[in-house]
Design a protein around this ligand. Structure first.
Ligand code: MG
Ligand code: MG
Length: 273
């Protein structure tokens, strides 16, 4: 389907990893400051300053007319929420998506945060979505296909009765934020684009607590669930390797901060190694 798949050298992948790691450190700053009473635009300003202070450029800002450094999607917002005057409140969940361009290569990663105490059912949605990401990442090995990634994600989400968003998908990442191939979060084993060494994928399950149906709001950006139930979103950048994929981004900076604050998601590993 159109665009050729880009293969990056190991040197390029090392540069891209630096961008991905700066995204992780930026999201850790978000983790440090997210709380009831904080506005989404305050988080956005902080993230932009942090990225520029660390030698990067916000990857989303100006791209497709995006006005912000972060995309912050609260509760029933799935993705592409624009930061603004909205004040976060106790019990919210906020998916924070961030891109960095540094030395010509993009990093693109997202994490869904709990704001204060969150309902157990919503917390489970976050945990399962994180597990979906882990299961998808494990499939990003040479000679697999994008359908193997999507299948692993879809199976796990649907086993919990959740809806897998169809309209938005993961993607290749490199000198452009969005490269071929598309990486859907649903699919059939053995179908889709073949994965090869040198491909770097942004794998990003968007999982709804209720039905898979979404719609876009009048702002032309925010995508929300049609049933108004919450949605979660986690994203990693992953280099396709033989045998075992290499995760270039990291949540470890975020998790360190969340642990300090007593706000971490309990890890239940979904992947048997
Ligand atoms: Mg992203
Ligand atoms: Mg992405």
């Amino acid at each position: 389907m159109g665009k050729p798949v880009v293969h990056l050298s190991d040197d390029d992948i090392a540069v891209l990893k630096e961008s991905s790691l700066l995204v992780g450190r930026t999201l850790a700053e978000v983790a440090r400051h997210i709380a009831p009473g904080v506005t989404t635009e305050a988080l956005d300003r902080m993230a932009e300053t942090f990225i520029r202070d660390n030698g990067g450029v916000p990857g989303f800002k100006g791209l497709y007319g995006c006005p912000s450094t972060l995309l912050i999607s609260v509760n029933e917002e799935v993705v592409h929420g624009l930061p603004g005057k909205r004040v976060l409140k106790e019990g919210d969940v906020a998916s924070v998506d961030c891109g960095v361009l540094m030395n010509g290569l993009y990093g693109d990663s997202a994490y869904t945060f709990m704001v204060g105490e969150v309902a157990p059912a919503v917390k489970q949605l976050l945990q399962v979505t994180l597990e979906c990401l882990e299961l998808g990442v494990a499939q990003a090995v040479s000679n697999n296909r994008t359908g193997d990634i999507g299948h692993a994600i879809q199976q796990h989400a649907e086993a919990h009765g959740y809806g897998v968003v169809r309209e938005l998908v993961g993607h290749g990442v490199g000198r452009k934020l969005h490269e071929a191939p598309e990486v859907p979060n649903y699919g059939r084993r053995g179908h889709g684009s073949k994965l090869q060494q040198g491909m770097v994928l942004a794998i990003e399950p968007m999982i709804n607590m209720g039905s898979k149906e979404v719609k876009q709001l009048g702002d032309g950006w925010t995508v929300v669930t049609r049933d108004g139930k919450p949605s979660a979103h986690f994203e990693h950048n992953v280099a396709v390797r033989p045998g075992k994929s290499e995760v270039l981004s990291t949540f470890s900076y975020i998790e360190d901060v969340l642990k300090e604050r007593g706000m971490a998601l309990e890890k239940r590993s979904a992947v048997r190694s």
